[in-house]
Design a protein. Structure first.
Length: 246
């Protein structure tokens, strides 16, 4: 492995995930590198246009070139192309925020979103990553994974909230989700935000992604989510057909 490229990508990843510009000293200490080494790598990233330096603080942040690359990847993603029309259909039916997520290990990544006319507070945005065990879109995908028990056990030992998860009860719930194809969560990841999600089944018979309807608890009640089950399942089924046929 080319260590120079790896180091540059690690620094870029660290900067991109930070909530604010980051200083050289903090990055060097966190990543176990020499400050001079970090500075040289950052200078290269600046020259290439991926990183910018705050003149007032001397700290570093990402440029829009990172966003530009990410958007090109997302818009070309076969899952986005397959699911978008059916997300739009679901949005028109519900007037709520619609998410498309994919599974990455024990996390789900928000790949695409159609926002409600009245924005949902505290909802993840595309590019955001959350533990899959909490939101409906993560749980419905986990339920279809062949190694789901292993994923749960790793999460229980590695995440601060892992001990909240009861393995036997969760596996029993996942068996029900596999039969129904959809699931609901009330305040699953964000307090006061409910969601219903269905699985998009890929060519291998496992969940390739999930489409979720998300909204505030006072609007997206359990009764309403139950009433939306058929629409969500229909959107996911059609997206899966489109994906397998592409």
């Amino acid at each position: 492995m080319d260590t120079t490229i790896a180091k540059g990508l690690r620094l870029l990843n660290r900067i991109a995930h930070a909530d604010a510009p980051v200083g050289v000293t903090a990055m060097a200490k966190e990543m176990g590198l020499e400050k001079s080494n970090v500075h040289r790598t950052l200078t290269t990233l600046m020259t290439l246009g991926y990183v910018q330096k705050d003149g007032a603080t001397g700290r570093y942040g990402p440029t829009l070139k990172v966003w530009e690359l990410g958007m090109k990847v997302v818009t070309r993603h076969p899952m986005v192309r397959a699911a978008r029309p059916f997300m739009q259909m679901l949005h028109q039916q519900t007037q709520e925020t619609i998410h498309l997520t994919i599974l990455d290990g024990a996390d789900c990544i928000y790949l695409d979103q159609i926002r409600a006319p009245v924005p949902v507070r505290s909802t993840p945005v595309p590019g955001h990553r959350v533990p899959a065990i909490f939101p409906a879109s993560g749980r419905v995908q986990l339920a279809f994974q062949p190694n789901v028990e292993e994923i749960i056990n790793v999460f229980r030992t590695s995440h601060p909230r892992g001990k909240e998860i009861k393995v036997a009860a969760t596996l029993k719930e996942f068996a029900t989700i596999r039969q129904q194809g959809v699931t609901f969560t009330e305040s699953g990841w964000s307090t006061g935000i409910n969601s219903i999600a269905g699985a998009i089944i890929g060519r291998d018979g496992f969940a390739a992604a999930a489409i979720a309807v998300c909204g505030p608890a006072e609007r997206l009640t359990l009764e309403r989510m139950e009433g939306l089950s058929e629409e969500v399942l229909n959107a996911c089924t059609q997206a899966g057909d489109s994906l397998r046929g592409s």
